[in-house]
Design a protein around this ligand. Structure first.
Ligand code: XIL
Length: 397
């Protein structure tokens, strides 16, 4: 008790987390943190380390490594596609829950938390919905009601089983869009106006009082000019501030973290500053879809190490920058990679002009790359006074 009194709250939390997670070293064998999983090392900081899960790969019995590593290395899972609207309701009125249910059960069996992804997004919508809106057979009013029902149905089904929900995804335009002044973009804003965002959070909250409700987007890892007309993180910041002022139950901002080694990269303190700025609004933060892709030149594809090595190094450095920033900000609750092996990454299929790849922390044969080792090192070498355990917000009413 006496001890407790002079310890700061943070130190008490560190002591508690350490007591819970220290693996007793065998008498003759020193404790070796490098042999621990990312999940175990993350827990020392109260940080969940997650991955997106490809259900086909998880169920592929000829690819057992995928399931083994999904289970052993990660404390959190996200459905890469299985909870998107087109997957859940391919035919109007007929929900197919099989894959999403399977992931939620898998997570429970493995004591993993689930990031629900995604309730409202302009991509991967069922064709019946988008064509119905396009041909006028679904009115605006009906569309809003369909969205309300969808959110209510999905969130209710998994009530109490989802830790964080990505309620709204990628609602904001990019500087390369037309008009270039940042604005609310895409199917939902076009058809319902930006008010759908507040509605979505309220409907999600009504269906699950305990899930943390997130806004999720890309290219918000570091602030730029600070002008919301051209600085996407600033636009998102101001949007969240506005929603909170209206009493909208938003609990977090998810920064996807899709980076590329060919771009100007961020440094740790820039990213830390961005997380702090979001956290100052009183919301949690998270990295939700981290991968760091590279251009696959002919030399890279031919195995030329002079081109491969700098990519592996830059990729590892970028993974590490986001991890260190996350560790440094106590509101950063989780760090999720968007697939963990180059064998199952969305990047080659999505970015092909020029071809890109090498975006994950394990190669195609499930060998850990230097990015994996850097993440591990970051988790091992971090600790007080700068890195303290996470502080999770209470879900907002
Ligand atoms: C991607 C999946 O990884 C692909 O399998 C799918 O074909 C397209 O969507 N931002 C998001 C994710 O929020 O849902 C996207 O996932 C990647 C970009």
């Amino acid at each position: 008790m006496k001890l407790r009194r002079w310890m700061t709250a943070g130190a008490v939390a560190v002591a508690t987390v350490a007591a819970l997670n220290t693996v007793p070293a065998a008498a003759n064998r020193p404790y070796d943190p490098t042999a621990q999983s990312l999940a175990a090392l993350g827990l020392r900081h109260g940080l969940q380390v997650g991955t997106a899960v490809d259900m086909a790969a998880l169920n592929d019995t000829s690819d057992p490594q995928y399931r083994r590593l999904t289970t052993s290395e990660f404390s959190s899972v996200t459905a890469e596609n299985a909870m998107k609207w087109e997957s859940l309701e391919p035919t109007r009125g007929a929900y197919d829950w099989a894959a999403a249910d399977q992931l939620v059960e898998f997570a429970k069996r493995n004591r993993q938390s689930v990031r629900g992804h995604v309730l409202v997004w302009h991509n991967q919508l069922p064709a019946w919905l988008t064509s119905g809106v396009a041909d006028g057979s679904i009115s605006r009013q009906e569309l809003r009601e369909l969205l309300r029902r969808h959110i209510t149905t999905v969130v209710s089904r998994y009530k109490g089983k989802i830790w964080q929900w990505d309620v709204v995804n990628e609602a904001v335009s990019d500087p390369w869009d037309t008009p270039s002044t940042l604005h609310y973009k895409g199917f939902w804003a076009q058809n319902l106006g930006p008010g759908y965002i507040a509605d979505a959070f309220r409907w999600a909250r009504a269906a699950d009082p305990k899930a943390l409700l997130f806004y999720n987007d890309y290219n918000i890892e570091a602030f730029g000019s600070g002008n919301p007309a051209d600085d996407k993180p600033q636009f998102v910041h101001d949007m969240v501030k506005g929603l909170l002022a209206q009493g909208v139950p938003i609990d977090g901002v998810g920064s996807q973290g899709h980076l590329g080694t060919q771009y100007g990269n961020y440094d740790t303190l820039q990213v830390t500053a961005a997380l702090k700025k979001f956290a100052a609004l009183g919301v949690a933060t998270a990295f939700t879809e981290v991968d760091v892709r590279s251009e696959m030149t002919e030399a890279v594809q031919a195995g030329n190490s002079a081109e491969i090595n700098p990519r592996l190094q830059a990729s590892a450095a970028n993974f590490s920058v986001l991890m260190k920033a996350c560790l440094a900000v106590r509101s950063c609750l989780s760090y999720t990679v968007w697939g963990f092996s180059d064998k199952h990454s969305w990047v080659p299929g999505w970015f092909n002009d020029p071809p890109q790849g090498m975006a994950t922390i394990y190669d195609e044969s499930y060998q850990p790359k230097r990015a994996y080792h850097e993440l591990k090192s970051d988790l091992i070498f971090a600790g007080p006074p700068y890195v303290l355990p996470r502080i999770a917000p209470k879900p907002r009413r």
